[in-house]
Design a protein around this ligand. Sequence first.
Ligand code: BG6
Length: 463
Amino acid sequence: MKNTNKLPKDFMWGGAVTSFQSEGAYNEGGKGLSIVDTRPVQEGHSNYNTAVDFYHNYKEDIALFEELGFNSYRTSISWARIFPDGEGEVNEEGLQFYDDLFDELLAKGIKPIITLYHFDIPLALAKKYNGFYSRKVIDLFEKYSKVVFNRYKDKVKHWITFNEQNSVFGGLNHYGTAPLEGMDKIAFTHQICHNLFVAHAKATKALHDIIPDAKMYGMINFIGIYPATCKPEDVLYAEKLKEFNLVFLHVFSKGEYPTYYTAPLENNNMMPKYEAGDLELIKENTVDALSISYYFTFIADTTKNSDSILFGESNDPTNMYALVSANPYLKSSEWGWAIDPIGLRIILKDIYSRYGLPIFIVENGIGANEELNENNTVNDDYRIDYLKRHIEEMKLAISEGVEVEGYLMWGSTDILSSGGQMSKRYGFVFVNRTDADIKDLKRYKKKSFAWFKKVIKSNGEVL
Ligand code: BG6
C-alpha cells in the first residue's frame, strides 16, 4: 500500500517567477515591448526595465538554486522575446536565450516548469487587435505555442498555458484588452474568458501533438473564501465566489462549461459568442493536471450590503470581491494578506474531491519589506514560519489522500512584485536593489535559504 505520510520520491520542490518580474533586459536580445513595459509606474514603485537582471545573472542564480536542492523551477517565456511584435518573424536570439536557460537548469538537475503567458502580451497585439478580444490573437498565441513546443520539446515537459487564468475576472488589462465604447463590461469579460479557454485548448492540443510525454496544467489563483457567518446570504455569497474559481478548474478538467456558470449567462443574454468548433475543441483538450497559486483567504461578508448579492442573477465577476473582509481569526502579512495554512489544505481537498486530478502548487509565499542586516543577511523567521505551516498542511492533505505533485514557493530570489515593488520581497535570496536605485544587484542568502535546503534534502520530513 502507498504510504501517504511520506512525499513521493519525485516530489517537485523549487521556486517560481515570471520573465518580466525577474529578467530585465526589456529591450535587449531583439525583444519587443510587452504591455508591462509601458504600464504606468506608480509613485514609489519601479518599472520592469531591469528587474533583478536574471537575463544576465541566470547562471549565478541557478547555482544558488542547485545549492538549495531545487529539482524544479518555474518561469515564463516572454512572448515578446520570441515574437517581438506578436506576429511576423520569430526572434532567434530570444529562442536561444531560453535554450541556454533551460540547458543550464537541466545541467543542474532542475526541471523547467514553463508558463506560456504571464500577463505580458506583446504590446503590438494589444494595440492593433485589442488583445485577446481578437480571434487573430488566439491564433497568434497558438502559433507562438507551437514554436516554443517544437523548439523545447526535449527540454521542457511541464507547461502551464495562462498564469492564473481566473484573473480575467477583474483583470482584463492582464490580457491587453478593454471593452470598446458602448460594450457591456460584464458581457465583454465573459467573452474574453471564453477566448482564453479557446486559446488554452488550442495550446493544449498543440502540446499533446508535439510533445506527447509532456504535461499541460490549467492554473488559477485560488483565493479561499469562508462565509463570515452562518447567515444564508453569507454562505451563498461564499459559494458564488468559489464557483467563479471552480468554473476554470471544471473546464480545464472536464472540457465543458458547468451550468452554474452558463445558466445565469443565458438568463441575462450574456452568452459569449462561440465560433463553430470551439466547444468541441475545449471538450477534446482537457489538461493532465491542475495547478494553483495560493496566498490567502477572505471572508464573504454581506452585512455591509446584502442587496448586491445578485451574482446568481447577473453573473457579474468584475467586482466580485467587493464584499469580502479580513478574517478576525487570522493574522496578516504586512500587505494585509491573511496567513491561512489550513486554508490551503481545505482547498487542496476540495479541488481533489471534485476533479480527481493531481495538483501542483506553483506559487505560495509571503511578501515582506526587508533590508540586509549588519551580517549581510535577513533573519526572515516569519517566512520560515509561513512556508513551514503551509507545507505541513499540504502534507496533511496528502495524508488524507490528495495527490500533490510539487510545491514551488514564490520568488526564490527577490523579484519585483506584480505591482512593480522591490520593497515587497518573497525570496530566499536578497537582491541588492531598491525601487528607486538599481545598486549592484548582488545576491545574499537569507536565513530561510538554509532552512529550505534542509526541507528539500529531507523531502519535506524536516520542517
Ligand atoms: C501572483 C502572480 O498572483 O501573485 C505573480 O502570479 C505575483 O505575478 C504574485 O507576483 C505575488 O503577488 P505580488 O503582488 O505580491 O507580487
